[in-house]
Design a binder for this molecule. Structure first.
Ligand code: 5GP
Ligand code: ZN
Length: 113
């Protein structure tokens, strides 16, 4: 989708600092980090949100989830981390391309804001 920021990042129309990439997913540093480590993991396929997932996305989502720990290890998050998905209006999702925030290198708080 040409009007989607993350599709444009996937297509390299917008630069990003990648930490992992293959044919199905991309992980790159967030522009406005909320923790010392703040990376976004996205499927390269445009899926607007968690709520828009279809049964045919099952394998892709499982693949992405299993990559989280590899990326976390690569980034030195051996003491733990938080994985966040903001979905829809109440979830405060701002970019309408499914993404997971991987946050680490600080102690998180609960409940989230
Ligand atoms: P959301 O609020 O939708 O869960 O998260 C969107 C995230 O994308 C935000 O943390 C924001 O900082 C990040 N973001 C928005 N535009 C860009 C961009 O052009 N490049 C990068 N690297 N991150 C972006
Ligand atoms: Zn997109």
């Amino acid at each position: 989708m040409s009007d989607c920021i993350f599709c444009r990042i996937v297509n390299k129309d917008i630069p990003s600092k990648a930490v992992y990439e293959d044919d199905r997913i991309l992980a790159f540093y967030d522009l406005e980090p909320q923790a010392p480590v703040h990376v976004l993991l996205i499927p390269k396929k445009h899926i607007s949100s968690l709520d828009a997932l279809q049964p045919e996305d099952t394998e892709l989502m499982g693949y992405l989830m299993l990559k989280v720990k590899d990326v976390a290890k690569e980034l030195g998050l051996e003491n733990g981390y938080r994985l966040v998905n903001n979905c829809g209006e109440d979830g405060m999702q701002t970019v309408k391309h499914l993404h997971f925030h991987l946050l680490g290198k600080r102690k998180m708080t609960w409940p989230p804001g």
